[in-house]
Design a protein around this ligand. Structure first.
Ligand SMILES: [Zn+2]
Length: 216
């Protein structure tokens, strides 16, 4: 059985390195410069996942690859090692959002769960946005209000430029020096969360944001 160990955002990060190599080969760079692009990318790929086993390291050791085609093939192979987003039951959903009684999961039949870092959907009846994420092995969820207007800006989650909307969530946490803390936990997020999931190369903002939002 294939041992899955790569998360969506790590896969995106590796894809970005491969794209960088591909771009660099088209730029007629001096051989030495191009070689260092390869070396640097190989190193980033090998170090993007902490605590790997020897066999996992072997899978991510791209230093033996020579051509862009080989890199693209190796990247394609990595799809077999992607960890899918956990399946969510209606019962879990009820537990996560006890106040939203009629809340339903979105239709996931056309969604590739392996390409999700987080699962998010909008409830248009209430202007609420729901976001689920597996935080340190436990499924967590937050409910946000989002503004119906959109603009072009940088998304807080994936750090890419695109169509974003302002979203905010209320926390129970209090900060002694900041009485406005309740209001300040909000940010800009991609309108299209499937695109956001394709862009994200680092989940640290998402983790911090969720930890902060879920503080009691
Ligand atoms: Zn985004």
């Amino acid at each position: 059985m294939t041992e899955r160990f790569i998360k969506n955002e790590q896969f995106n990060f590796i894809s970005k390195q491969v794209a960088w190599i591909k771009d660099s080969t088209k730029q007629h760079l001096p051989a030495g410069v191009l070689a260092s692009v390869y070396d640097l990318s190989n190193e980033k790929i090998l170090n993007c996942i902490p605590n790997m086993t020897a066999s996992q390291k072997n899978i991510l050791d791209f230093s033996k690859l020579k051509t862009v085609e080989e890199y693209e093939q190796a990247l394609e192979q990595l799809v077999n090692y992607l960890l899918p987003f956990p399946t969510v039951t209606e019962q879990q959903l009820k537990k996560l959002f006890p106040k939203s009684k009629k809340l339903k999961l979105p239709d996931l039949s056309n969604v590739d769960l392996k390409r999700l870092t987080y699962l998010s959907w909008n409830d248009s009846r209430s202007n609420k946005k729901y976001l689920l994420y597996e935080l340190e092995g436990q499924l967590v969820g937050i409910e946000c209000t989002f503004s119906p207007s959109t603009k072009k800006n940088i998304c807080s989650i994936c750090h890419c430029h695109g169509e974003v909307t302002h979203f905010s969530t209320v926390t129970k946490a209090k900060k002694l020096n900041n009485p406005d803390y309740y209001k300040s936990i909000g940010n800009l997020i991609c309108v299209d969360s499937s695109q956001c999931n394709k862009n994200i190369t680092d989940d640290s903002y998402l983790k911090d944001f969720l930890k902060e939002s879920l503080l009691k």
